[in-house]
Ligand binder design. Structure first.
Ligand code: F6P
Length: 342
């Protein structure tokens, strides 16, 4: 058995740990060979491969990024995409494919399995933690840890200058990173995409924090929107899956706060620092377990399945389920955090 592996979409701490586990168990227990495809679906479309054996994954457990490279290539946006994928799978004698990715990459894997009989197994990844089929995705804990550390650091400089510091975090259309890091970092308020925010209310929280002689840290998710307004974007560009590139709300909000309260307000956009560097111990643990179970799914010929975390168990769910619904922050959960606003 030769197993192809690819990593697609935005990179995420823990990708290398998944591949290490897949290869170590696949080679050691089942005697499989592996071929890596470079830059997600692009490598499979263009026949660009990367050596993937035990030596290649040695030392990879703590390394961020992905040794295979990644891209947001969508094979279905190209007329002959499926034909080229099939040709390259045959050319490299790849019997099965492990696709490690988020909603888009797994959506492609689901279609390839269901509509074209390509033998795929999926592993979910995203720092956004927005896949409904799994309790957590690896990479999320690292992103939250990075954001929390940044908020901790921003508190001291905010207080030295008695400024408002707005921290914009990633997460796309889900507020998980904002909610978790905002709570862990003691933010003055947390603004998430699931609940539109009222700028006047944000200003009153900010003002009340100053009255208590503390400088407020406002955590805003990149996808958060003001009441009665549009999503604030730096530019309206999209990727090959048609997703708009987010960011800009932090800068916009700081200006609004400054003009309405008269207090100096600055913005820190954490951006890709949340996705870079070594995974936390939790993410290494989760990624490793996903890898161990993904290669078992290949051995069981459970095509069209994806590994997922339920409680502390790793289970298998249909790939189609993974991409069905976005997992967003429930109102009750957001409401809990409201105790600390202002
Ligand atoms: O999905 C992960 C993510 O980091 C989002 O939080 C963010 O909106 C997006 O990717 C950024 O994508 P890119 O790296 O392509 O700019």
């Amino acid at each position: 058995m030769r197993v192809g592996v690819l990593t697609g979409g935005g990179d995420c701490p823990g990708l290398n740990a998944v591949m290490r586990a897949v290869v170590r168990k696949g080679v050691g227990r089942y005697g499989y060979d592996f071929t890596g495809f470079r830059d997600g679906w692009r490598g499979l479309l263009e026949g660009e491969t990367v050596r993937l054996d035990v030596a290649a994954v040695r030392g990879m457990l703590p390394r961020g990024g992905t040794l295979l490279g990644s891209s947001r290539t969508n094979p279905f946006s190209q007329d002959d995409g499926v034909r080229r994928i099939r040709e390259n799978l045959a050319k490299y004698e790849v019997d099965a494919l492990i696709a490690i990715g988020g909603e888009d990459t797994l959506g492609v894997a689901a279609r390839l399995t269901d509509e074209y009989g390509v033998r795929c197994v999926g592993v979910p990844k995203t720092i956004d933690n927005d896949l409904s089929a799994t309790d957590y995705t690896f990479g999320f804990n690292t992103a939250v840890t990075v954001a929390t550390e940044a908020i901790d650091r921003l508190h001291t400089t905010a207080e030295s200058h008695m400024r408002v510091l707005v921290v914009e975090v990633m997460g796309r259309h889900a507020g998980w990173i904002a909610l978790h890091s905002g709570l862990a970092g003691g933010a003055n308020c947390i603004l998430i995409p699931e609940q539109r925010f009222d700028v006047d209310e944000v200003c009153s929280w900010v003002t009340s924090r100053f009255r208590a002689s503390y400088a407020p840290i406002v955590v805003v998710a990149e996808g958060a929107m003001p009441k009665g307004g549009e999503m604030v974007l730096k530019d309206g560009s999209t990727d090959s899956f048609g997703h708009v590139r987010l960011s800009g709300v932090g800068e916009w909000l700081a200006k609004e706060i400054e003009s309405r309260t008269g207090k100096e307000a600055r913005t820190t956009v954490l951006g890709h620092v949340q996705r870079g560097g070594t995974p936390t111990a939790y993410d290494r643990w989760l990624a490793t377990r996903f890898g161990l179970h993904a290669i078992d799914a290949v051995r069981d010929e459970d095509w069209g399945s994806m590994v997922a975390l339920r409680g502390t168990d790793i289970v298998r769910v249909p790939l189609s389920q993974a991409t069905e619904k976005l997992k967003t922050v429930a109102p009750e959960l957001y409401e809990e955090a409201g105790v600390f606003f202002g």
